[in-house]
Design a protein around this ligand. Structure first.
Ligand SMILES: Cc1cc2nc3c(=O)[nH]c(=O)nc-3n(C[C@H](O)[C@H](O)[C@H](O)COP(=O)(O)OP(=O)(O)OC[C@H]3O[C@@H](n4cnc5c(N)ncnc54)[C@H](O)[C@@H]3O)c2cc1C
Length: 328
């Protein structure tokens, strides 16, 4: 394949998997990311109370291809078996350290919010909401869109079939609260068990201790740090709630689950993931228009029995890169 200028939009796991493979094959790849750091939903939140992993906080690996990839990351010291659940994997630094490591050596344009992908004669031009870094040409031979499916739709407007496929995916929202207390909590486990979650009346779908994860330095004045994850149902019904109210409701639910009166937190923050995950990814590994050289990948694609979002994102991005390279 002759050297092509390829834009990858989104620096989550799918975008980085795709970009690295294309770049290793000699293509001229630029990754556009709207946030100031790569990672997408593999995110970490730095705070005065320490770091919280408030998106994915670990992942499973079921397919042979991804298992081999994860073993390679483990040999490099990037990930290790989850001490709480050994069949799962966690990063050896904050969750965001994985995408940051994957992004090393890639050409990143960030923060750049891509508004549209427009066809202009034989190439693509990216329109952006904010200025491009000085000297960066917005014209490309091929474009790969890796946003959560519902958000990818507008960038796929040039190919109605790809846009329609992305539009069919339905993802669920997730409010998360990141909370630190001055002392330890009356709880021996590092996660809330299903019975405790049920006691919280459907408000929480998960809650885990964040300060005993790998590479977490103790923070003076902080005795416990937890991430509280609201259920998709509760999140969907509270999309427009004020962050302070969300924090209060999730904390109340957590206290109910523990049957305990909790001390006043020394830190709390919330984050709304509008498109946290999808329970019904598409069966195709990716979407690719061979004539237009426009593609889409991400965790909404590449359905695989038992695979979670991180695995699907990686597989989908890698598979699309192979398709781009195969076009000749
Ligand atoms: C709370 C939570 C818990 C989770 N837990 C797990 C778990 O336990 N196991 C697991 O495997 N998965 C989990 N996931 C899901 C997992 O994080 C995702 O499936 C995976 O990270 C998706 O990667 P991606 O590259 O497909 O998408 P993303 O990570 O969403 O990447 C898309 C990127 O595109 C960028 N972008 C968006 N719009 C634009 C634009 N207009 N211009 C430029 N860039 C743009 C975004 O900022 C983002 O960086 C969890 C997710 C959440 C939110």
């Amino acid at each position: 394949m002759t050297r092509q200028r390829i834009a990858v939009i989104g620096a989550g796991l799918a975008g980085l998997a795709c970009a690295r493979r294309l770049q290793d094959a000699g293509q001229a790849v630029t990754v556009f990311e709207q946030q100031p750091v790569p990672g997408g939903r593999c995110a970490s939140h730095a705070s005065p109370a320490g770091v919280f992993d408030h998106g994915a906080n670990g992942f499973g690996a079921v397919g042979a291809t991804f298992c081999a990839q994860v073993r390679a990351w483990a040999e490099q010291g990037w990930v290790g078996a989850d001490p709480q659940t050994p069949e799962r994997w966690v990063t050896t630094g904050p969750m965001q350290s994985l995408p940051e490591r994957l992004a090393q050596g890639c050409t990143l344009a960030l923060p750049v919010d891509v508004a549209a992908v427009e066809r202009e004669q034989a190439h693509w031009r990216l329109r952006t909401h904010n200025p491009l870094p000085l000297g960066l040409d917005p014209c490309f031979d091929a474009v790969v869109v890796t946003l959560p499916a519902e958000r990818a739709v507008t960038l796929l407007a040039a190919d109605p079939a790809l846009a329609a496929a992305a539009r069919e995916v339905k993802s669920e929202p997730c409010w998360t609260a990141m909370v630190a207390w001055p002392g330890p909590l009356p709880l021996r486990t590092a996660r809330l068990d299903p019975a405790a979650l049920a006691a919280a009346g459907g408000v929480l779908s998960a809650a885990w201790r964040d300060d005993d994860r790998p590479a977490r330095a103790p923070v003076s004045g902080v005795g416990a740090r937890w991430v509280l994850q609201a259920s998709p149902y509760w999140s969907a019904n509270n999309l427009d709630a004020r962050p302070a109210d969300v924090a209060r409701r999730l904390l109340d639910a957590f206290a109910t689950a523990l049957s305990a009166k909790l001390a006043r937190p020394v830190y709390s923050a919330t984050h709304l993931w509008r498109h946290a995950w999808t329970g019904a990814p598409r069966a195709e590994p990716y979407g690719w228009n061979d004539e237009l050289h426009l593609g889409v990948c991400g965790d909404a694609w590449h359905a695989l029995d038992g695979a979670e979002g991180v695995e699907r994102a990686w597989l989908s991005g890698s598979a699309l890169a192979e398709a781009v390279l195969a076009q000749g």
